[in-house]
Design a protein around this ligand. Structure first.
Ligand code: ZN
Length: 235
């Protein structure tokens, strides 16, 4: 389930295309609820555009060594989403495209040493800049699905889905959820998620396991055909 740097760069480009296509819609469509509770599609688009700018700060940090956090504060992050969510559709989607283009150009300009530079994410994790494409690919790919305008997890590459499952299992292992053994029925992939109780076997297509693990609607089942146990939020 290991992913490469080059794969993550490619998934950023693919997810950016998918998201831009999914967000290319009129006021009525973008003003409607997304698949994320409490957010319109405009909130989702604004969040992803703001995320590109925020990750751009980390690229700047890696390029210069000057500490520039993703967001000045959680309040700034929330304010950016709220501000973007009331923009006219054309302005909002222009921000989405332009911010993605700026981030891609900034990443393309990083040299080998700069990619190794440590930066600190909004969650307070110190990572080498080489993790930034992976972080961005998660945002564009998962939120393209969250828009709820037609993109589904089944449209995403199997390699991305497997890497995302592995990532989420790693994070959830630190929580107190149910113990699970997850098996993909359409790929050579299996994860053991430590947790409370005797491990429950969960099986489904890779895209179903991804939806389930990331807390999105999905329908993997247990060994005896029952719905998989409920999980708490992912992030
Ligand atoms: Zn996000």
């Amino acid at each position: 389930m290991s992913r490469t740097f080059e794969e993550a760069r490619e998934w950023v480009r693919l997810g950016t295309r998918l998201l831009a296509g999914a967000a290319d819609a009129d006021e009525a469509v973008l003003g409607a609820p997304s698949a994320l509770p409490g957010w319109t599609r405009k909130h989702v688009v604004a969040h992803v555009a703001a995320n590109a700018d925020a990750l751009g700060n980390l690229v700047h940090w890696a390029a210069t060594g000057e500490p520039t956090p993703m967001y000045a504060s959680p309040q700034e992050r929330a304010a950016g989403i709220e501000k973007g969510a009331v923009l006219p559709a054309a302005e909002l989607t222009a921000w989405l495209r332009d911010s993605a283009r700026r981030l891609e150009a900034a990443m393309a300009a990083l040299g080998a040493d700069q990619w190794q530079a440590p930066v600190v994410t909004a969650q307070g994790r110190t990572v080498p800049a080489t993790e930034l494409p992976w972080m961005r690919s998660r945002e564009v790919c998962v939120h393209a699905v969250d828009l709820g305008t037609g993109v589904s997890f089944a449209d995403l590459p199997a390699g991305f889905l497997a890497a995302l499952c592995a990532d989420v299992v790693g994070r959830r292992a630190a929580g107190r959820g149910p113990a699970l053994v997850l098996t993909a029925t359409d790929a050579d992939a299996r994860w053991e998620l430590p947790g409370t109780g005797e491990a429950v076997e969960v099986a489904g297509a890779l895209h179903e396991l991804t939806a389930y693990l990331t807390g999105r609607p999905g329908s993997p089942t247990t060994g005896d055909g029952r719905p998989a146990p409920a999980l708490g939020p992912w992030l």
